[in-house]
Design a protein around this ligand. Sequence first.
Ligand code: ADP
Length: 446
Amino acid sequence: MFEKILIANRGDIAIRILRACKEMGIRTVAVHSLVDAALMHVKFADESVCIGPNRSSDSYLNMTAILSAAELTHADALHPGVGFLSENEKFASLVSANGVKFIGPKVEHLRMMGDKIMAKKTMADLGIPVIVGSDGEIKSVEDAADIAGASGYPVIFKAKSGGGGKGMKVAGSQEEIANAFEMAKAEAKANFGDGAVYMERYLPNPRHIEIQVIADTYGNVIHLGERDCSIQRNHQKLLEESPSPALSREKREEIGTIVRKAVKKLGYVGVGTLEFLYENGEFFFMEMNTRLQVEHGVSEEMTGIDIVKEQIKIAAGEKLTIKQSDVKFTGHTIEFRINAEHPETFIPSPGEITELHFPGGPGVRVDSHIYRNYTVPPYYDSLVAKIIIHAASREECIAKARCALDELVIEGIHTTADLHKKLIRNGDIVAGGFDINWLGRNLRSI
Ligand code: ADP
């Protein structure tokens, strides 16, 4: 097992990883930007290194500074967390080249899944259902019009190197295609430095359902069921639950088995998530996230499996001791993302937290790094807490969630908590009848 892990991240996820390390008896190194010097994970870690100024590009994305921190502290492994450099193949290669174990998948899989066109092709070849669309990059409006004309409208343009819901544009008809194509390309270029886009059929009202997998170096693969992440704002997840109210046990087993087989054939190692759109009983693969996800806690609550510890053990070369038949799903889980954002406009709301009280009690898990008088900086992701509710049934989970959200006090900044309080009392949400566009359609009226 590793002796010392450097955690190349910040916020709640850095604390989550730190806790797993501590419980496993592994020493920890925190890294931080200037403004993050007083963060909890820095205080709790055995050692800490400042890796640069506040801007992410100068600190949490600064590969040289992070590699130097690892060398300086003699860390033998590095956990990249979520976002930042967690899916960056160059960084993973550099970490390995420096004799430090990158806690993540093989570089070839980071590369493959980072290219969304290649990811779709690979998964289709492995028997995973994908959405029909262009075979590869779309080079011209004419090509786009030809393909869309053959497969039918609406279509969506997506960035080959995309992420975070950016660089996607829908064309409802031939008249809209040139504009959508150019806009998607421009947004892709601006956000990812790569203007390449591909196209696929746009599903009008699907659900977003994703499958969590864990795979070891010996070809053992398990899945931890699904997470329904259909409640989204600007194509970004806001609330996640498991099991999905839309999925039967048979459907869960069917997709779980297909995914396990594909991941095994791929030779994938580590934790990962396959994201699907789900409509009329059919799954359509969108992408694979080759890292821990923000919402991993939902599957942990459902199965009792500590995904971060498993991830670390696998990176250290240990065999997965959990068999698929050992994975039991208990009760129901809903996660609420509390973002420092205005609950209606979703405009970031950094600033000082003047009052703070977190809910508690059985079945109420809070993953967060904030504290009273903490100032949410404007430089990073707006997530400040995840409230994860687990109960025996969906009904009980909703009741518990209402109480927990009512107990939550965060003053001084706007947060999405007020929106969640309304959502969890809304008839459609309570009935489980929603799709990825539900929030966009209903935001003004709930
Ligand atoms: P990103 O990596 O940017 O998050 P994804 O491919 O995972 O991009 O898509 C993000 C979200 O965009 C999905 O959860 C869904 O809401 C929407 N989306 C993506 N592709 C389609 C599609 N073909 N039809 C309808 N909605 C889509």
